[in-house]
Design a protein around this ligand. Structure first.
Ligand SMILES: [Zn+2]
Length: 476
């Protein structure tokens, strides 16, 4: 998931060719981040800071107020909800949190088939941007996200940074995410990202030599916080530990997001980088988010979304969310696709926000390429979106990469209209560029959409021991 710019100035920056972007990025270097983030963001952050320690009653009262405004808008301006509320005899003026139970669930299939009727007739008023999600659900999903939704969600992330110990909006951050996906091994080892004012590292080239150079650069840059995908920070930590490298400073915290954070990854990152990991849960649709506090509890951002739990056909508790800020395409009672449990206890940190326990989603494995790079579901997601799908005559509704052996892979694909022979060749070609020219790649065309309990777009049939050994040997 790429970061969406927060003001029009940054949109212009995004459209510039890379060389110009680097020049402008370095010219903007002295501009404080707080100025780049914009007024909308600053106001949202101020409000979120004020409600951080509200009582549960205050938080729920606020949710009901925002929910009523959202429902009234949806009834008035969104054709899909207009008909739905009429059929359900819903009165937006008296609705409360329980009313959501009376409404049908919004599924990803409904968003695909009713996309145009889910768009508010006055959507341009909210300055929406087109956004999408691919892998963790299997099939691409396109939708609109308002400017104010992006601002409030980004402000929620910043409330979490501030609560985790960053000194302020201009605190230095180093990032280890998928920003170099199009360049991979051809790109530089790091780059200053002027959009977000972060030092961004190339996570596709984490071999022993490069990690040594990156640690030197980190020591020079001296960030207050490090953030990234769990698997990227895990590989960085593993390589550092193998070469006996330590940071010359102690970051205040490491912020992980976008993927499941397994316990062994968390422990390795904390041991090697010497500071606590504070995980963040959210999704591209910006409906439900939660951040981990100093007690290790995930608190849901109740100011931006309402959580409901529903048991699914597999007997598991599914997360149903209502996003309180997105007006151009409201997500009301949306089935996110992740499984969660609601925690009961009061947290010693003093926050009264809903406690989410055992969030399970984005369950993906890691695959290893010929040159020893590890790729996770999020990395493959970006790759599908940017390199594979544009090369095809028709986008498959489902694609999954399976590692069968040390250098053999299967790409499973399903497209209801069928995949052309030339598309199979294009898929092979694209994946060979990612996995290595010697990689043995089979494209398996499925004759129906697979029915799976948990969505995975990346699966490894290698044992965890083999994966660890390959990572050590290949990039040693
Ligand atoms: Zn807490």
């Amino acid at each position: 998931m790429s970061l969406i710019p927060y003001s029009s100035g940054l949109k212009i920056y995004e459209r510039m060719p890379p060389k110009m972007r680097r020049t402008v990025g370095s010219l903007m270097r002295p501009v404080p981040r707080r100025m780049l983030l914009g007024n909308g963001f600053q106001e949202q952050l101020k409000d979120l800071r004020a409600s951080e320690y509200w009582t549960r009653e205050e938080l729920e009262r606020y949710q009901v107020k925002r929910l009523r405004a959202l429902l009234a808008h949806a009834e008035r301006s969104v054709p899909y909800y207009h008909d739905l509320f009429r059929a359900a005899k819903l009165d937006s003026a008296t609705a409360d949190l329980r009313s959501l139970k009376e409404l049908p669930v919004l599924t990803k299939d409904i968003i695909r088939s009713e996309h145009d009727r889910l768009r508010a007739v006055n959507s341009p008023e909210f300055h929406p941007g087109e956004a999408n999600t691919t892998g963790s659900t299997g099939r691409p999903l396109r939708f609109l996200v308002d400017q104010q939704t992006r601002e409030v969600e980004h402000a929620a992330v910043w409330r979490h940074y501030l609560g985790s110990g960053i000194s302020g909006l201009d605190g230095r951050i180093a990032s280890f995410r998928g920003d170099f996906v199009s360049e991979r091994s051809g790109g530089p080892l790091w780059r200053w990202d002027g959009r977000v004012k972060e030092l961004t590292f190339n996570t596709y080239v984490l071999d022993q030599d490069n990690v040594r150079k990156m640690v030197d650069e980190l020591d020079r840059f001296h960030p207050e916080a490090m953030r990234g995908y769990p698997h990227s920070l895990f590989i960085l930590s593993t390589k550092m530990e193998a070469s006996g490298l330590r940071l010359g400073f102690v970051p205040r915290f490491v912020h992980t997001s976008s993927e499941q954070l397994p316990r062994h990854m968390r422990e390795t990152i904390e041991r090697v980088l010497g500071c606590p990991v504070r995980d963040w849960y959210s999704q591209s649709e910006y409906v439900i988010s939660a951040g981990e506090c100093s007690e290790g509890t995930y608190h849901q951002t109740m100011e931006t979304g309402i959580v409901r739990i529903q048991e699914d056909a597999w007997g598991m508790e599914r997360l149903i969310g209502t996003g309180l800020w997105n007006m151009s395409m409201p997500f009301i009672n949306y089935e996110i696709g992740d499984h969660v449990a609601i925690g009961e206890e009061d947290c010693p940190c003093g926050r009264k926000h809903l406690v989410l326990g055992s969030i399970e989603g984005r369950v993906n494995d890691v695959i290893v390429t010929a040159d020893g790079n590890a790729l996770s579901g999020v990395g493959i997601d970006n790759f599908y979106e940017k390199e594979v799908i544009p090369a095809l005559a028709g986008a498959p509704e489902y694609m999954k990469l399976v590692q069968d052996g040390i250098a053999s892979y299967t790409v499973e694909a399903f497209r209801s209209a069928g995949l052309a022979e030339s598309d199979e060749q294009s898929i092979k070609k694209a994946f060979r560029a990612l996995l290595g020219q010697e990689a043995d790649i089979t494209v398996k065309t499925l004759d129906k959409m697979p029915d799976q309990k948990k969505w995975k777009n990346v699966e490894s049939r290698l044992s965890p021991e083999d994966i660890a050994r390959l990572l050590r040997e290949r990039s040693g």
